[in-house]
Design a protein around this ligand. Structure first.
Ligand SMILES: [Zn+2]
Ligand SMILES: [Zn+2]
Length: 195
């Protein structure tokens, strides 16, 4: 594994700026990898799957450190609005969920009373605070099916309503029809048709 400072430099380039959320994300990923006994990011890239629970700065840093990416199916997003991530060793099925402690922000601000800007205080403090001060760690079990894992698509069907293709068993079966999730009422957008 690289050092915290090396990751900070890389993360700033990758994310476009350095910020407290990224320091937290780097620390979170390093803590998670250590807890699973990984030291070699190349080795863990094939064995590791990561769930992130927020789409903010910390997630970019978690992805950078772990090498887990959405397009490789090794990064999974669950939209819970929490600064938390779960690291899964696919070989042993061991997993740890790490959550940023809510009180770490106040603690960070009180560590540097001379810094009037809480952003600067957090940036400094998150480098220095102990893992236990920053995070709570839980050992967890994650239910993963073959259709969740990296590799070629496990299945491919067409939606009987819109005709679009659906991979990896994400279809719904309703009243004997195969439907994509939007056609089953789970869509996030609606087509605008010209009158
Ligand atoms: Zn940021
Ligand atoms: Zn459809």
């Amino acid at each position: 594994m690289k050092t915290l400072q090396e990751y900070i430099t890389l993360a700033a380039q990758n994310h476009g700026h350095m910020c407290p959320g990224q320091v937290l994300g780097i620390r979170m990923a390093m803590f998670g990898l250590n807890a699973l006994g990984f030291d070699d990011p190349v080795e863990c890239r094939k064995r590791l799957l990561t769930f992130v629970e927020i789409d903010r700065c910390a997630t970019d840093a978690v992805s950078l450190v772990t090498g887990c990416r959405l397009g490789k199916r090794s990064l999974k997003f669950r939209d819970y609005g929490k600064v938390a991530a779960t690291f899964v060793d696919l070989e042993t099925e061991r997993a740890v969920r790490i959550v940023a402690r809510d009180d770490s922000r106040e603690r960070a601000n009180s560590m540097f009373p001379a810094l009037s800007d809480p952003y600067e205080a957090q940036l400094e403090a998150y480098r220095l605070m102990g893992d236990e001060e920053l995070f709570t760690l839980q050992r967890v079990r994650v239910a993963l099916g073959p259709a969740d894992l990296p590799g070629r698509p496990r299945s491919h069907v067409s939606c009987e309503s819109c005709g679009e293709g659906i991979n990896d068993g994400r279809e719904r079966r309703i009243d004997g029809r195969v439907l994509c999730r939007p056609c089953a009422g789970e869509g996030y957008c609606q087509e605008i048709r010209d009158a």
